[in-house]
Ligand binder design. Structure first.
Ligand SMILES: Cc1cc2nc3c(=O)[nH]c(=O)nc-3n(C[C@H](O)[C@H](O)[C@H](O)COP(=O)(O)OP(=O)(O)OC[C@H]3O[C@@H](n4cnc5c(N)ncnc54)[C@H](O)[C@@H]3O)c2cc1C
Length: 458
């Protein structure tokens, strides 16, 4: 939907020329996210404080101007793209840490704060904010809350939702709202705070959060274990949990991911194995020796090869293996289908087998890695986007991947959200009544459909 020139001019006048821009460079800079799709917006608004957000929303709602909230634009599902035209609401200007209460172990931040900056800031006080999406050097807390982002540490510490106590923001028509309380329990009415978390900019615009912090673990040890077949790796996951070891990270890479990373970065990885587990354990310094010995003993009984890193430098070097998984894909095609499925942990072996069958049947290069402790598998298919035959095979394969997810009662997204890219697959993944209720909720929050329209639902 193109916004009529007259309406856009009036909107720009009402929000003020100091906040609105439509110069070509700004438009291009706000036309993409990590999906590699491009949609050029009609304009950009850059508020610097919460009251300005209220004013922008009220004007947009009155004039019928679609608004698309945006943090750093690292989203993997198209949530920050101004689909069919719209004005991007760039929230990077709201980037202050408003309060750090060491005694209460809470921090109050605006949405444009970069996740790693927050972790570093609280880390200096001996505190820990665990949610750690791999994009943490650039992504924002606002984007993390809107996507309910996860990361490697979530297997032990939970996802973003588990650390958000209060969400402050504005409704689509500019009314202020404060959802949640800075208490550890809260049974006052429906849990609107939890509804807003993961709402992908479709229900409200967030302008600050009270986040819960925990004490920083004193010590960590990292293991890399190589397995001759995938079943050996997945049964190891269960063995560790059953032995009472809850790793602080439990990542995996399949054989093709190991080979892709080795080709990309030459770590000297053994290429004969079909799976690798990267397992971090953390805790009190005086307990670490015992936990380390026990974990190593269990891993050595099932893995073909185990490497251990104790010092920060050694651990950083081992983590690089996993971090290179995404960039390593680029060598295998100019286009990437990037799915983020999650299944109950007991169905991981069958799901991985199903993925391999799909890849073989359609002659595709499918590389899987991810957060195995959560059952969250990143399925990447690299292909030539110029080749219509291969592109067609990828489309069929993706549908089959989601059929597989539905068969094992998983979810189409574990952490990247629905946005535009998973929208076609959501109805089959949800109970029909729940799907309908969700669409009704969107209408209650945003009757004029101006807040990130065309996302998530048809
Ligand atoms: C290399 C790479 C690795 C990644 N690894 C992970 C990972 O490990 N785990 C993971 O969960 N994700 C990961 N992601 C995806 C992405 O980084 C996360 O979804 C992140 O939370 C997005 O933050 P952002 O600031 O970039 O948000 P954006 O992409 O700008 O926006 C994302 C969504 O949030 C909405 N939004 C943003 N700010 C607000 C606000 N203030 N109020 C209301 N809505 C808002 C937008 O409308 C949009 O729908 C990765 C991405 C990349 C590129």
């Amino acid at each position: 939907m193109t916004i009529p020139e007259r309406v856009l001019r009036q909107f720009a006048d009402e929000v003020g020329p100091e906040l609105f821009s439509a110069d070509p460079v700004s438009l291009v800079m706000h036309s993409y996210d990590a999906t590699n799709e491009f949609v050029v917006p009609a304009g950009i608004v850059r508020p610097r404080a919460a009251p300005e957000v209220a004013r922008i929303l009220a004007a947009a709602n009155r004039l019928g101007v679609p608004l698309v909230p945006r943090g750093a634009g690292t989203g993997f599902s198209g949530g920050a793209l101004p689909e069919r035209g719209g004005v991007v609401l760039d929230l990077l200007g709201l980037n202050r840490v408003l309060d750090l209460d060491e005694a209460a172990m809470t921090v109050t931040v605006e949405p444009g704060v970069v996740t790693l900056h927050l972790q570093d800031l609280v880390g200096k006080k001996g505190l820990f904010y665990p949610p750690d999406p791999a994009s943490l050097k650039v992504c924002t807390i606002g984007g993390n809350v809107a996507e309910n982002a996860g990361g490697p540490h979530c297997v032990k510490y939970g996802v973003t939702r588990d650390y958000v106590m209060v969400v402050d923001g504005f409704t689509a028509d500019g009314r202020p709202l404060r959802a949640g309380k800075a208490t550890l329990k809260n049974r006052a009415g429906y849990d609107l705070k939890d509804l807003l978390i993961g709402s992908e900019g479709t229900l409200a615009v967030f302008t600050s959060f009270v986040l819960r912090l925990i004490p920083r673990p004193e010590a960590t040890v990292l293991f890399v274990a190589f397995f001759p077949d995938f079943n050996a790796a997945t049964s190891m996951v269960n063995t560790l949990f059953r032995a009472g070891i809850t790793p602080s990270s439990m990542e995996f890479m399949d054989g093709s991911a190991i080979r892709a990373v080795e080709r990309h970065a030459k770590f000297g990885l053994p290429l004969q194995y079909q799976a690798l587990l990267l397992i971090e354990v953390d805790g009190r310094a005086d307990e670490m020796d015992r936990v380390r010995r026990r974990t190593e003993e269990i891993l050595s009984a099932g893995a073909a090869e185990v490497r251990v890193a104790v010092s920060a430098e050694e651990q950083a070097a081992l983590w690089e293996i996993r971090r290179k998984a995404s960039p390593a894909m680029r060598a295998f095609g100019n286009k990437k289908a990037n799915e983020d499925i999650v299944v109950p942990r007991q169905h991981i072996p069958a799901t991985i087998r199903g993925l391999r069958e799909i890849a073989d049947r359609h002659r595709l290069n499918l590389i899987a890695f991810g957060h195995i402790g959560d059952g969250n598998i990143h399925v990447n298919i690299m292909y030539d986007g110029q080749d219509p035959d291969e592109t067609g095979r990828v489309e069929v394969a993706i549908r089959e991947v989601f059929d597989l997810v539905n068969r094992y009662e998983g979810a189409v997204s574990g952490e990247h959200g629905i946005g535009l890219s998973k929208k076609p697959y959501l109805p089959a993944n949800l109970d029909p009544v729940c799907y309908d209720l969700m669409r009704s909720i969107k209408r209650v929050f945003d009757p004029n459909n101006i807040l990130n329209p065309y996302k998530m639902f048809y």
